[in-house]
Design a protein around this ligand. Sequence first.
Ligand code: HEC
Ligand code: HEC
Length: 200
Amino acid sequence: MKNKAMALAIGLTALSNIQVTAQAASVDAGRDAFETCRGCHSAPGYSNVYPTYYVPKIGGQVAAYTVAALTAYKESNRPHGTMMANTYDLSEQKIADIAAYLATNADGSKLANANGGDAKNGEQLAAACLACHNDDTKDGAANPRLAGQHANYMERAMQEYQSGARKNALMQSMLQGLSADEIKDIAAYFTSLKGLTATK
Ligand code: HEC
Ligand code: HEC
């Protein structure tokens, strides 16, 4: 009986070791996998066309959030044609590798594009958001960093949560009732902070 329990325990240990190996994310593999993405994400101030907004900065982003975002495009829960095309064949492993690489890549261009919104008013409106979007990148948290992100990209993202085009119940409820002007001011506030960069 004792031996059986022991054998089971050893078996479980071996199994969990295998899982750990399979899931360990590799920054080097992530850098390689990211080559096809550089044309857009390593060009500071590069714009999406129709509608026009800046390609988001993802250098220094929280890894768990990058995994969630790429998985959402892959599973068509975020309606963006290019990003859906760029993720449909990415394995979970590749997504984890890319996320690990991006989390360590925070030295690219810091240039952030403002939107003319009222950052002071935005700061007050954002008080309720800082519990999650506070740049505290503690392990495992999937809350994205917003500090230093391009303003018009954030506006677009918030509108898509509001409309449900980006499927995320939490963010939809957090943004419910905010007007277009309020969203603009909140984006202006986060843009004014130091944080994310374009990838190197
Ligand atoms: C043709 C330009 C282009 C290419 C190539 C591209 N992206 Fe993107 N990426 C974008 C745009 C534009 C968005 C914003 C989409 C939206 O509004 O949801 C985006 C969004 C993202 C996001 C979400 C950012 C956030 O804050 O939620 C991540 C992560 C990302 N891309 C990673 C990648 C990776 C990894 C690749 C390569 C496998 C890649 N991108 C290739 C243009 C591109
Ligand atoms: C309880 C935690 C929490 C609170 C509070 C919260 N958020 Fe979020 N936010 C998240 C998470 C988690 C995501 C990622 C959702 C996803 O995977 O699409 C997110 C995503 C976002 C994004 C998209 C970022 C990107 O890179 O595309 C923006 C913009 C945003 N939130 C703004 C806000 C604003 C403004 C508020 C306050 C009105 C707020 N959030 C309140 C957790 C939170």
